[in-house]
Ligand binder design. Structure first.
Ligand SMILES: Cc1ncc(C[n+]2csc(CCOP(=O)(O)OP(=O)(O)O)c2C)c(N)n1
Ligand SMILES: [Mg+2]
Length: 346
């Protein structure tokens, strides 16, 4: 087992001070350090997800598994706008969110394979992991259920009088859920510091946005509640970070909630069992070719005279972490049967 040289997952963008802001910087300009941080963190998610897909194919992972490949710029860019203590909650497409908050790749992978060293001792699986330390509140399988929970986190922050912000991520499909609008109403009424992040990847399982949504501009979904919203290029990590900075500042200033519609795309199927009959191969290839979030950063770094070799070294470092995680996840023991009776309400 190759030991990771340095834990990328531990040292997140947010901890490196990416969220401090820089008054003289144009919103879309990243420093070299920010580009490198974004590249590393997005690559970690990409390689992790690729490995999870492989392990699933080998039968090492069971149950539901939804990959985040293509959408990496969203969680990485948003994390760069946060400070320690801010909270994150999302749905079932959640591995990227966990890694972005700094949760360990091996703990996430071991949960996928149902091992004792997983974040839920192997009892939760892909959709049910949490980290108090990293302020990650799940991991939820019921579409939209995380939205009122994320609003509740913001209520708690308000009640306690701190200035933390909660991020509630959900999909374009989830955005048509009734509980989302009950949450919007309360959040604005009580000026709760929550950012509603709609990850519009154009599909909810096999249903495209245009087939399911009367209002396809999701940034306008808060209009009747007076919640400001913006559409963001969710494939450009710099645009995500800039929008995140603005939304976070709004929330910290106690002005209430904010909506960010992240325009993105998922490259893989909805879950591991998706016949993908609802879109063409060409559509997927075009987005990968023209907009890939990782390639965008790589190309900018190459244009700024970074060598292919240096970029390959980052990839190698990330692969080491992911391989070590996969190794751990396949050799760590399964939970003892007695664990069936722990961590449950009785
Ligand atoms: C309340 C509820 N209804 C239906 C489902 C089945 N389901 C799981 S994911 C999904 C689609 C959600 O799509 P979207 O919100 O766009 O998120 P994405 O999968 O694209 O990330 C559906 C209908 C569910 N899990 N929960
Ligand atoms: Mg979707």
């Amino acid at each position: 087992m190759a030991a990771p040289k340095k834990s990328v997952a531990k040292e997140t963008a947010q901890e490196k001070g990416g969220g401090k802001g820089n008054g003289s910087q144009s919103p879309l300009e990243f420093t070299r350090e920010q580009e490198l941080t974004a590249l590393r963190d997005m690559l970690l998610i990409r390689r992790f997800e690729e490995k999870a897909g492989q392990l699933y194919g080998m039968g090492a992972i069971g149950g539901f598994c939804h990959l985040y490949i293509g959408q990496e710029a969203i969680v990485v860019g948003m994390q760069m706008a946060l400070k320690k203590g801010d909270q994150v909650i999302t749905g079932y497409r959640d591995h990227g969110h966990m890694l972005a908050t700094g949760m360990e790749a091996r703990g996430v992978m071991a949960e996928l394979t149902g091992r004792h060293g997983g974040y839920s001792k192997g009892k939760g699986g892909s959709m049910h992991m949490f980290s108090k330390e990293k302020n990650f509140f799940g991991g939820h399988g019921i579409v939209g259920a995380q939205v009122p929970l994320g609003t509740g986190l913001a209520f708690a922050n308000r009640y306690r009088g701190n200035d933390f912000v909660s991020l509630a991520y959900f999909g374009d499909g989830a955005a048509n859920q009734g509980q989302v609008y009950e949450s919007f109403n309360m959040a604005e009424l009580w000026k709760l510091p929550v950012i509603f992040i709609i990850e519009n990847n154009r599909y909810a399982m096999g249903t495209s946005v245009t087939r399911s949504s009367a209002q396809t501009d999701f940034s306008k979904r808060g209009v009747s509640f007076n919640i400001p919203g913006e559409q963001v290029d969710g494939m450009d990590v710099r645009a995500v970070k800039a929008a995140g900075d603005k939304a976070v500042a709004w929330c910290r200033a106690a002005k209430g909630p904010y909506i960010l519609e992240m325009q993105t795309y998922r490259y893989r199927g909805h879950s591991m069992s998706d016949p993908a009959k609802y879109r063409t191969r060409e559509e997927v290839d075009k987005v990968r070719h023209d907009q890939d979030p990782i390639e965008q950063v790589r190309n900018r770094l190459l244009a700024a005279k970074m060598s292919e070799q240096e970029l390959k070294a980052i990839d190698a470092e990330v692969r080491d972490i992911v391989n070590a995680a996969a190794d751990f996840a396949q050799h760590d023991p399964e939970p003892d049967p007695a664990e069936l009776y722990t961590d449950v309400y009785r």
